[in-house]
Design a protein around this ligand. Sequence first.
Ligand SMILES: C[S@@+](CC[C@H](N)C(=O)[O-])C[C@H]1O[C@@H](n2cnc3c(N)ncnc32)[C@H](O)[C@@H]1O
Length: 225
Amino acid sequence: MLPTPLTKDLDFEKVYEPAEDSFLLLDVFEKEKPWLESYKWNSDVPLVVEIGTGSGVVTTFVNQHIIPQGLFLATDLNPHCCNAVLGTHKRNIGKKGNLQVLQCDLTTPLRRNQVDVLIFNPPYVPSETVPEVARDPDSEDWLDIALLGGPTGMDITEKVLDSLYDTLSRNGVAYILFCARNHPERVMENFKAKETQRGNGWEIECVQHRKAGWEVLTVWRFIRR
Ligand SMILES: C[S@@+](CC[C@H](N)C(=O)[O-])C[C@H]1O[C@@H](n2cnc3c(N)ncnc32)[C@H](O)[C@@H]1O
């Protein structure tokens, strides 16, 4: 079993603490390692982007153990997470690895069709509304932003799905986490129907399924064709 990156020095009042969902993603990448190692990327240096990196535990794990040759970009709205991922990456990998960090909304500043691997553990918990983006770095809302995803928990994930074809490179791959209350099977049916109308081809598979406390979490792999 591959070791989990250390994150214990972070301020978990401001940064999402790695939890069952984060660890599920680590397990997904450990399982996917042979498949990813033999995957034919468009480039020898695949661009790996994690949206909403939090503590940086997933980006660091994937850079350290799964895609060491990759160029990594970690994004988050929360400035504390942008600092956290730099610290986590340095503490666990040192000067090896290749990481850039961007404080931004999802992947909005990126050029189209550049991302070879996209990773997203979104704010998936159903809630009345999605919290307003906090502008004040001392705000106490950062953990709400990490968790709350609107009435079906899908408000943020839907934005990522809607632009996924334009975000990924040809043959690009995305790993996105859902909870059962997001109704992922229904989401996939709607996604496929919409994308077929747009003429966009996909291979979609549920690559991990686990009961985590009272939540049932799944991770879905999207391959752009
Ligand atoms: C459930 S946490 C996951 C954190 C980390 N990836 C993990 O697995 O432990 C969701 C993260 O997404 C970030 N986030 C929420 N909305 C975002 C947005 N619109 N753009 C970028 N990051 C966002 C939050 O700040 C939080 O760090």
